[in-house]
Write a protein that binds this ligand. Structure first.
Ligand code: 3HC
Length: 289
């Protein structure tokens, strides 16, 4: 695979574009309109600019990296790519329509992948005429930093494809695991239960937000406390994952905590909008997920 496409240039999508371009692949990034494309480009310029400032990337390397990326508001530009990774919002109807469209646009040999956090890959695959070449390819936030990639297979996935995609993930410097198509896969299925319980602990008044964060950073050795991490993931995304997990598992542990629902209703979605559990956690100029 030499040329890949990414659909959706929000925080995750732009991060995924950067990961592929860093590994020397050509990338075609697509979003719905010119404004969304401009936000994606701004994110890429900021992220790679920071890497240069920190001495992790030379100025020439940055120029070459950005030169491998083409951004467009036209899905038709994905016609010749070998792999497409979809990173649009977690709305099944949106993904189903998109995959039906990608199936028409992309060459028959192309692999279609979804970066969904919790939705059914099988349902998405069924929207195409090539369900055996549809997989999940789940990156973690921030995509350029986090090593794990979950390669999600379904009962329809053709033999050998998971290995091929895992090999590609290795080329990206990632650590792949192959998982079955179950809500939340491995990492989110464990992680969101923990984050949701932190919300319930806060609601029960057992400790303050900051003390719960401190406990998990200083006592459990995690890089971020649960409320800092919820703000990074996005409260809307966390809420959606909990809902899907609760629907599939019927385990009350996953029923979204009322405080999470309340903040999502109030559109306090975390870092991407500047306010979540923590006020002004923000990078206000960051694109929406
Ligand atoms: N993009 C690119 N690089 C970034 C970045 C970003 N958004 N954020 C941080 N980095 C890089 C920095 O440039 C720095 O690199 P360097 O050391 O080579 O210069 C490195 O990451 C460390 O960054 P900082 O020093 O600024 O900050 P921290 O040391 O506090 O690390 C963190 C930030 C990497 C976000 C760290 O706090 C962390 O690992 N947090 C946990 C993140 C996590 O658990 N993510 C998974 C969430 S679950 C998920 O995504 C699944 C989804 O489906 C919901």
């Amino acid at each position: 695979m030499e040329t890949v496409g990414v659909v959706g240039l929000g925080i995750m999508g732009a991060g995924i574009v950067e990961v592929f371009a860093r590994a020397g692949l050509r990338v075609v990034g697509v979003d719905v309109d010119e404004n969304a494309v401009a936000r994606g480009l701004a994110h890429l310029e900021r992220s790679t600019g920071r890497a240069v400032e920190r001495g992790r990337l030379g100025a020439d390397e940055r120029a070459e990296l950005l030169g491998r990326i083409t951004l467009s508001a036209d899905r038709g530009s994905l016609a010749e790519v070998d792999l497409v990774v979809e990173a649009v919002p977690e709305v099944m109807e949106l993904k189903r329509a998109l995959f039906a469209d990608l199936d028409r646009i992309c060459k028959p040999s192309a692999v279609l992948a979804t970066n969904t956090s919790s939705l059914s890959v099988t349902t998405i695959a069924a929207m195409t005429s090539r369900p055996s070449r549809v997989v999940g390819l789940h990156f973690f936030n921030p995509a350029p930093v986090m090593k794990l990639v979950e390669v999600v297979t379904t009962v329809l996935t053709e033999d050998g494809l998971a290995g091929e995609i895992a090999e590609l993930a290795g080329r990206l410097g990632k650590t792949p695991i192959v998982v079955g198509d179950r809500a939340g896969f491995v990492a989110n299925r464990l992680l969101l239960g923990y984050l949701n319980q932190a919300c319930r602990m806060l609601e029960a008044g057992i400790a303050t937000r900051d003390d719960i964060d401190v406990a998990m950073r200083e006592g459990a050795g995690l890089p971020m406390g649960p409320f800092q991490l919820l703000d990074l993931i996005g409260l809307d995304t966390a809420y959606e994952i909990c809902e899907v997990l609760f629907y599939e598992t019927k385990n009350h542990r996953h029923a979204p905590a009322p405080v999470l629902r309340e903040l999502v209703t109030a559109r306090r979605h975390g870092r991407k909008c500047g306010h979540g559990f923590h006020p002004r956690t923000a990078r206000p100029t960051a694109p929406p997920a």
